[in-house]
Write a protein that binds this ligand. Structure first.
Ligand SMILES: [Zn+2]
Length: 414
């Protein structure tokens, strides 16, 4: 059994030929299509952005006529012989450089090809010219000719194409597979310098660049390795399907065009995550917990925000809602307080420290049992008429409000 690397786009032809051949002589192919191998075209530089998908094809193709086993076809060139063989027999080295001689009749002719057979009785290798084949083998040549043709086609089908000139995208598009490492390098470079655009914009820009630019995959080897470690350390089950798919695509060698957007968005998520970690670290350093649990403290409220309101009406008809407040004092310390109290116009409170927590890097001190010490002087409420006139049928005001809402939504998404 001999193994060859055959480009995937030649497989169909190879199957057909082999099927035809196997009617005459036992030839058998073994291919694991689940394990493709991706290779660069011959002569392509390391930064070539595409690869060729190939399969390892094992062939069982011993060809025997009587006592003669066919070993190889020698194609004679000025620079040496091209050897075509499916046999497992080790071809003696002399056949690599020998001339177009026929050892059967002893004549040297200007032959293009000669053939090497192994005689199992005499245990000898013999180089024979085409014209002497019938005489040497003592048989009809139909089968032999078919086999020789098969070997020749086989050789052609397992040739990896060559990139003669350094030309990106020289390979036919349908036969190009993306060089994943190079692609990731471009994605990293593109998003790092220009940011990420959805709807395929970033990916299109990258493919354009891949056809025009060279970018060595050494350039971002380290950060890309970090991303791989990051994604593989993520608990994928809590991710959505999209990110799950992205992880699969990221780790695959075999990506097709429709997978490229997954990889691009993954690098984008990584960058965002990185920024978020930096932001949180900064916040962690700049915020502080206050006091010890049980301490009674006074807080001067500099800013008050309602985080959310818990509806308790399911408990009983009269149960009041709980308002969860985020309070910032004059020193910038952050407190969290849950109560049914309305603190809207409160300036100073006294409370007990219940605990300390952290939310996305922000250190928060949880307080309880707050007593109001001081309230703000109530400012004049705007007159009701003003409010009404604002919310009247003024189209401009309403479209303005909508624009602001849209803008805030975009900010949240960004
Ligand atoms: Zn001869």
């Amino acid at each position: 059994m001999k193994t060859f690397l055959v480009p995937s786009y030649n497989m169909e032809k190879l199957y057909k030929l082999t099927k035809k051949m196997s009617k005459k002589t036992p030839v058998h192919l073994e291919v694991d299509e689940n394990k493709p191998v991706f290779v660069k075209p011959i002569g392509a530089p390391s930064e070539y952005p595409y690869k060729i998908k190939c399969y390892n094809v094992s062939v069982e193709g011993k060809f025997q006529v009587k006592d003669f086993e066919f070993v190889a076809t020698l194609e004679h060139k000025e620079t040496g012989n091209i050897i075509r063989t499916l046999s497992e027999k080790e071809l003696p080295l002399k056949f690599r450089t020998c001339g177009p001689k026929c050892e059967h009749c002893g004549k040297i002719r200007n032959r293009k090809d000669t053939y090497v057979f192994y005689n199992s009785i005499t245990q000898e290798y013999k180089q024979v010219g085409k014209n002497c084949l019938r005489d040497y083998l003592g048989t009809d040549l139909e089968e032999v000719t078919a086999y020789l043709a098969y070997i020749k086609s086989f050789q052609e089908l397992n040739e990896i194409p060559e990139i003669n000139s350094f030309e990106f995208g020289a390979l036919e598009k349908s036969n190009r597979f993306i060089n994943v490492e190079i692609f990731k390098t471009f994605v990293y470079d593109e998003i790092k310098s220009k940011g990420y655009c959805g709807q395929g914009k970033t990916v299109r820009a990258i493919f354009k660049r891949m056809d025009e630019e060279k970018l060595s995959n050494d350039k971002y080897k380290e950060p890309l390795q970090k991303i791989t470690e990051w994604i593989n350390s993520q608990e994928i089950l809590c991710w959505g399907t999209y990110m799950y798919n992205a992880k699969v695509a990221w780790n695959s060698n075999d990506i097709v065009y429709r997978d490229t957007a997954l990889i691009a968005s993954l690098i984008n998520v990584y960058f965002k995550n990185e920024q978020e970690i930096i932001r949180q670290n900064k916040l962690r350093d700049s915020t502080h917990h206050v006091g010890k649990v049980g301490d009674k403290i006074e807080i001067e409220i500099a800013s008050l925000k309602v985080l959310y309101i818990k509806d308790n009406s399911w408990k009983s008809y009269y149960a009041q809602s709980t308002i969860v407040y985020r309070i910032i004092d004059e020193n910038g310390n952050i407190f969290k307080y849950s109560s049914s109290k309305n603190l809207e116009n409160v300036k100073r409170i006294k409370a007990t420290i219940k605990g300390h927590s952290e939310y996305k890097g922000e250190k928060q001190t949880i307080i309880t049992r707050a007593k109001v010490l001081e309230t703000k002087a109530i400012e004049n409420e705007p007159e009701k008429q003003d409010v009404l006139s604002y919310s009247s049928n003024d189209e401009t005001v309403r479209s303005c409000d909508k624009a602001i809402d849209d803008f805030l939504k975009l900010c949240d998404e960004a």
